[in-house]
Design a protein around this ligand. Structure first.
Ligand code: GTP
Ligand code: MG
Length: 285
């Protein structure tokens, strides 16, 4: 597999510097922050820069897109974050599963502060929180789910939200939608592949043959039954064998019955990103 030189990968566009600066500026107004992670890759989607800047703010971790994750791994990750002391919920923002548990979790997180206000006879102020997360993880979809209307624009591509936007859910809950941010340097190429597989970075950024090589090899190791059921792929097949096989059974052929590899890559990624291969998780603990 030809891994591209990291320097060539333009996955940290200039506007993210600006978004990060604006997040830092607004942080002091927040009672708490919600970090939205992709339930399929809770470790790879955790922005280390965000963890650095939030310091002692109360944090609610939300594992979004739970419907697309491997349920067994999802439970492991919930336990993992709970062990680290984080209040954690798994949610599906498109069907609103567990979205109604967010406000009670926020109240629990801010219990001490609220008790202090009430004991002093003060009026309880609205909880102000910002939603932070990588591009395309579902921040705006979650805000719409919480507010029960289309308060902010969403779309299945990174970079839909361009600027911060306040959304007042009620007199007691105010949210700030933020543009997705990544970080300038990945420690590990597998993180970059996880972000590409799940759609946090655009498909033009990493070569799709490398992304599919990573994805199919990972699935051979962890989800071989799913590959066998969907495509008839076995554990001992090479990457090229798998591509040729998928190309043939799905009719992704050029003139002269040559395999149309570009179409095969699209088929694989579409199947992985939809639910065609079942719930999948690419991080391991
Ligand atoms: N299956 C599934 N899809 C989701 C979920 N939440 C969001 N999506 C989809 O993910 C895509 C991205 O959603 P957005 O809400 O625009 O993501 P965002 O984090 O605001 O993205 P940026 O503004 O680009 O940073 C959309 O196609 C949503 O429908 C979920 O829980 N499950
Ligand atoms: Mg958005």
């Amino acid at each position: 597999m030809s891994i591209q030189n990291e320097k060539q990968i333009q996955w940290y566009p200039g506007h993210m510097f600006k978004s990060m600066r604006e997040i830092k500026e607004k942080l002091k107004l927040m009672d708490m922050v919600m970090i939205l992670l992709d339930a399929r890759i809770p470790l790879s989607s955790m922005n280390p820069e965000v963890l650095k800047i939030i310091k002692n703010k109360p944090v609610l971790i939300l594992l979004n897109k739970m419907d697309l994750a491997d349920p067994y791994m999802l439970n492991q990750f919930i336990a993992h974050f709970n062990d680290k002391g984080y209040e954690t919920l798994a949610i599906d923002s498109t069907t609103r599963k567990n979205v109604n548990k967010i406000y009670p979790a926020a109240l629990k997180l801010l219990d001490d502060k609220i008790q202090k206000q009430t004991s002093k006879g003060l009026k309880i102020k609205a909880i102000r929180t910002m939603i932070l997360g990588i591009p395309n993880v579902g921040k705006s979809t979650l805000i719409n789910a919480l507010s029960n209307k289309k308060a902010t624009r969403t779309g299945n591509t990174p970079g839909v939200t361009k600027a911060q936007q306040w959304i007042k859910l009620s007199d007691s809950f105010e949210l700030l939608d933020t543009p997705g941010v990544l970080w300038p340097k990945f420690d590990d190429m597998s993180v970059a592949y996880h972000l590409a597989i799940t759609g946090a970075i655009k498909d033009q950024i990493l070569p799709l043959d490398d992304v599919c090589h990573y994805a199919l090899t990972f699935m051979q190791a962890h989800y071989i039954k799913r590959l066998a059921e969907r495509y008839g792929i076995s554990k001992d097949m090479t990457f090229i064998d798998m591509l040729d096989h998928i190309g043939k059974i799905r009719g992704a052929l050029l003139k002269g019955n040559e395999i149309d590899y570009d179409r095969v890559y699209r088929i694989i990624l579409t199947d992985i990103r939809g639910k065609q291969l079942g719930g999948l998780s690419f991080d391991r603990i």
